[in-house]
Design a protein around this ligand. Structure first.
Ligand SMILES: Cc1cc2nc3c(=O)[nH]c(=O)nc-3n(C[C@H](O)[C@H](O)[C@H](O)COP(=O)(O)O)c2cc1C
Length: 330
């Protein structure tokens, strides 16, 4: 993997459109986030829909969660026939639906079970199995560097670490020194996550912690330039300018088009509310636009709000009267 910058898994956010956009801006790896191993085994239609992927986004990982080794093994067997490149096991999610059933962040408290889960996954596939961890359950039980070592022995091919505890949620600062310690403890690649808000942060994390790859999550929302600008900084030591309003608009419309293509117009309209609000963040009148976006019922309305704001109508858009002309060309 040449570019050391990846799109973090974000449940409800890193849908196929976001992943394809991130990829086109240089993300080296993207993930289908937080798939329930149990739901896969039960054949849940909704869960299988989440696995829809496009060759253009590869390499792509699927992140699964669960607390039972045999169910994880069966889920991994199901994933073997999918066009994906790695399987990641979530050991950091704090939400009760995940951590309340022995999976997600709960596994930080049960290292033996965590290792059994990794071993079960590794025994069921030829694809690499990776793990995404938090620092530990709470401040008094921080164990990611030691747990990473155990998971490597159990067969994990890489460790991603968001060094906040489960108890912390998103409060406070991510403790990058735990990424440094984890990197020293293992011989497999380490992916650092947490508080990478800018290209300079990404470079600093790579240099300071020695991690192999950096993961960008919140800073990539409505901002795929996070990838291209970081790569420019790393490759040429230059900080590229922020995107213009027009670039933002065009990418937002592309995002919208992809969402319509893969998820249909109704779902796209709902999902675009948050994505569009992120794309216009920081622009003049963004707050007013966000209000209008939240009331919009169709993708066309959302795009109208953003275009009016930027004061620009894309030629091919205005020529035949709507956003749909993008849908046919992308
Ligand atoms: C809305 C949201 C959803 C997330 N969903 C997931 C998830 O499904 N799986 C996961 O491992 N981490 C998830 N995370 C955590 C991120 O992958 C990342 O580790 C964390 O946000 C820290 O990185 P950041 O400071 O760049 O945002 C999520 C974070 C956010 C903000």
């Amino acid at each position: 993997m040449d570019a050391p910058v990846v799109l973090a898994p974000m449940s409800g956010i890193t849908d196929i459109a976001s992943r394809l956009i991130a990829k086109s801006f240089g993300a080296a790896l993207v993930y289908i986030p937080l798939i329930s191993a149990k739901a896969l085994c039960l054949g849940s239609r909704k869960t299988f829909d989440l696995l829809i992927s496009d060759a253009a986004e590869r390499p792509v990982g699927v992140q699964i969660f669960g607390g039972e080794p045999d169910i994880i093994a069966r889920a991994v067997e199901i994933l073997n026939s999918h066009p994906i490149d790695l399987i990641d096991i979530n050991m950091g999610c704090p939400v009760p639906k995940v951590a309340g059933h022995a999976g997600g962040a709960s596994l930080l408290r049960t290292p033996k079970l965590a290792c059994e889960i990794v071993a079960a996954a590794v025994g069921s596939t030829n694809k690499p199995v990776t793990v995404k961890l938090r620092a530990g359950w709470d401040e008094s039980t921080i164990n990611a560097p030691e747990l990473a070592q155990m998971l490597e022995k159990a067969g994990a091919s890489a460790i991603a670490l968001h060094p906040r505890t489960k108890a912390q949620g998103f409060a406070g600062k991510a403790d990058w020194s735990l990424i440094t310690l984890t990197k020293k403890n293992v011989n497999i690649p380490v992916i650092g996550s947490g508080d990478v808000h800018s290209p300079n942060d990404a470079r600093q994390m790579l240099e300071e912690t020695g991690c192999d790859l950096v993961m960008i999550a919140r800073a990539a929302q409505g901002n795929p330039w996070a990838f291209s600008r970081t790569l420019t900084l790393l490759e040429r030591n230059e900080l590229a300018p922020e995107p213009s309003q027009s670039e933002r608009l065009h990418t937002m419309v592309r995002h919208c088009t992809l969402l319509v293509k893969y998820e249909g117009e109704r779902t796209a309209a709902l999902k675009m509310r948050k994505h569009a609000a992120w794309y216009v963040k920081g622009m003049k009148n963004a707050a007013k636009a966000r209000e209008k976006i939240n009331r919009s019922k169709t993708v066309g309305e959302i795009i109208d709000v953003c275009q009016a704001m930027v004061g620009e109508w894309h030629e091919s858009c205005s020529s035949d009267g709507g956003w749909k002309c993008f849908a046919t060309t992308d």
